[in-house]
Design a protein around this ligand. Sequence first.
Ligand code: 15L
Length: 275
Amino acid sequence: MTPSSADAPMLDTLLLTGAAGTIGKMLREPLGRLCRRLILSDRHPLGLSLAAHEEDHPCDLTDRVAVQRLLEGVDAVVHMGACSVEAPFEQMARANLDGVFHLYEAARLAGTRRVVFASSNHVTGCYPQGHLLDPSDPARPDGYYGVTKLFGEGMAQLYWYRYGVESVCLRIGTCLPEPPDRRALSTWLSPRDLFSLVEASITTPGVGCLVTYAISRNPARWYTEAGWAQLGYQPQDSAEPWRSQVGDVVFPEGSLMARLQGGSFLGIGPFDPPG
Ligand code: 15L
């Protein structure tokens, strides 16, 4: 059973990075119900009115000392802060490589119990559409973004097996209020299911280092449910009711975007050298 906010042990301090992003905004309110103190962080001040349990701590993930300060006294982190689209490597490397290193190292120093790491379906985006994937299958990133998420999963393993910082790496699909296209009939994650999976990822005891695909109950899915039972994740939503609406929203026939799981990311790049 998915633990509900009511049964979950109350955390003291929870940190949400990437709080100004699409998923960060969805998580802010429900995460507030899991903890006494919710630290919201993004590169710039959020400029929002805050509830009594909320604090806004802007932080540049590429600043190691600042990230160390951010993690002080933090029990668990939901790490959504990242460059979240395919982009030139140099652009990606600072937040998604250096930033992830800074976050895990700061978690180790602060004694932070757990990181929920926003990984991505793009770690395996070069598998053919329709191929059923398990988290134990070899990675096949579809771009630099996917490679950085694979690096993050590597950091999660290092910091668990060597330093005892637990992680749940969520290979998030397409998390939007509604599936936008035919591909999302397989990859969609509803906001409600997102929260239930993130909540379980924070509260389930003894996860060690777990990698799982984060999608809704989509009959057309390309991923196994491995990890869901351990987390007690039981998705409630399905992309299927949108089939007739999005069935025609497709990528050009025969293109990599239409053939491989990563979709539009396979249409971005290669990039010219900077300068
Ligand atoms: C992701 O990992 C991205 O952050 C997001 O922008 C979407 O493109 C999503 O995957 C997806 O594959 O739909």
